[in-house]
Write a protein that binds this ligand. Structure first.
Ligand SMILES: [Zn+2]
Length: 428
């Protein structure tokens, strides 16, 4: 009635894992975006020195568009307003370090101290990036490199798509000591897009907040935020920390196709970076498979952001996935809607039921031919595969080797797939 099929062990991905720290392997025809949503360039607006206008004037502009800013915070002076930092963090903004004392050149020892203070004052914020006071990089850099994944200087340059030194990320000065007009901000954003790079702005005071150094004009900032909102398909706006995460994940990620049929594709998305920090979604795409009119994408059985895009006249399914967060399942529209088998929409409804350790599948007409049954755990890993080759797929079989408490059953017959979550040990 059934026979266990061969298991596929992905030795390849294991070998990739052990051979190098910066090896990227995304299996064709999948691609990973250089920037999120396959934008051409990235922009981060960062703000130093805890000034009142940053949360009072600038943040509402970012919030109105759903953009995120980075607040490089001095933890031991300059009166950080922790209540406002917590509110900003809750809206997705990054609270990061700008040293403890704002010394001319910060001591390396202030790296863990400022991080610990931010973690304590803003629960949930890991504080993984830093901007050096006066743009002077500490020396030595032992604590710096232990505590942070990236550090900002201010060299007036747009960064490359992969910085040559993550502890010297370039930035351009915004405000009265640098660029302070919407047209100036916007033309640099266009330059980042045309060069495929990462533009980081270093701001201080905002509006007339009394900071006294290089205040950024409110209307100039608003004009740039409006421009970035109108150019979301071209320019990606995110925090300094999230862009740094994205770059490192993008350069380390492996994407491997684990299984596919004409209605679904299962891929693993992994990297070798610490998951506690590198948890930001990457954007992938692949051509929409032949015969698919739409796609539904899940990771770890949870829907992810996905969309169909047309590039040079060709349709792609574009989706987001976090490395090491479970397999990604791409399904044709027929899979999600196709709860009926047969030659037309009036076909018999399919029913999958579990009683004890016996799985029963009803509603598949014999004319559908052989029935493939796959069981996945909730991380998308295949547990078992069966081929029902009998003439009458009445489909009762024991789940002898399934110990998971819940799994996804996918049945494929007659060119149609249907998936359903079941809980083992239940009576139905
Ligand atoms: Zn400063």
């Amino acid at each position: 009635m059934y026979k266990p099929a061969a298991r596929t062990i992905t030795f390849l991905s294991f070998l990739l894992f052990i051979t190098g720290s910066s090896f990227s392997a995304v299996e064709s025809p999948f691609e990973v975006g250089t920037w999120a949503n396959f934008c051409q360039g990235a922009v981060s607006h960062t703000f130093d020195d805890n000034t009142a206008g940053q949360t009072g004037t600038a943040q509402p502009m970012f919030d109105a568009k759903g953009f995120h800013m980075t607040l490089f915070t001095v933890t031991g002076s300059m009166n950080p307003n922790w209540a406002k930092m917590k509110t900003a963090f809750a809206k997705g903004h990054e609270i990061a370090s700008h040293s403890v004392t704002h010394a001319q050149t910060m001591p390396d020892a202030e790296c863990p101290t400022s991080q610990a203070t931010i973690r304590q004052q803003v629960p949930g914020e890991p504080c993984i990036t830093i901007a050096y006071p006066n743009c002077n990089v500490p020396n030595p850099q032992n604590e710096l490199k232990r505590c942070y994944i990236a550090g900002r200087i201010c060299n007036g340059q747009i960064e490359k798509k992969t910085p040559s030194d993550f502890y010297r990320i370039g930035a351009i000065m915004g405000g009265s000591a640098g660029t302070n007009s919407a047209s100036g901000f916007n033309s640099k954003a266009n330059e980042a897009a045309s060069s495929g790079g990462w533009l980081v702005w270093c701001h201080h005071g905002v509006g007339n907040d009394g900071h006294g150094y290089s205040n950024t004009a409110t209307d100039a900032l608003q004009g740039n935020i409006d421009f970035l909102d109108q150019n979301r398909n071209k320019i990606w706006t995110e925090t300094f920390g999230n862009v740094a995460r994205y770059i490192k994940e993008r350069d380390a990620v492996s994407l491997t196709v684990k299984s596919s049929d004409n209605q679904s594709i299962t891929v693993s998305v992994t990297d070798n970076l610490p998951d506690s920090i590198y948890n930001y979604p990457l954007t992938f795409r692949r051509p929409l498979p032949d015969g698919w009119t739409k796609a539904v994408v899940t990771q770890n059985a949870t829907p992810v952001e996905d969309t169909i895009v047309t590039v040079n006249g060709k349709q792609y399914v574009m989706f987001q996935a976090v490395p090491d967060s479970g397999d990604v399942l791409l399904s044709s529209g027929a899979t999600s809607a196709g709860k009926r088998y047969g030659n037309n929409s009036a076909g018999t409804p399919v029913r999958i039921a579990l009683s004890g350790n016996v799985l029963t599948i009803a509603g598949i007409p014999a004319s559908s031919g052989p029935v493939a049954v796959c069981l996945f755990n909730l991380n998308g890993a295949m547990l078992a595969e069966y081929q029902l080759s009998g003439k009458t797929p009445q489909n009762r079989f024991p789940l002898d080797d399934i110990t998971a408490s819940a799994c996804i059953v996918r049945i494929t017959a007659g060119g149609i797939s249907y998936s359903q979550r079941i809980v083992t040990g239940s009576s139905d």
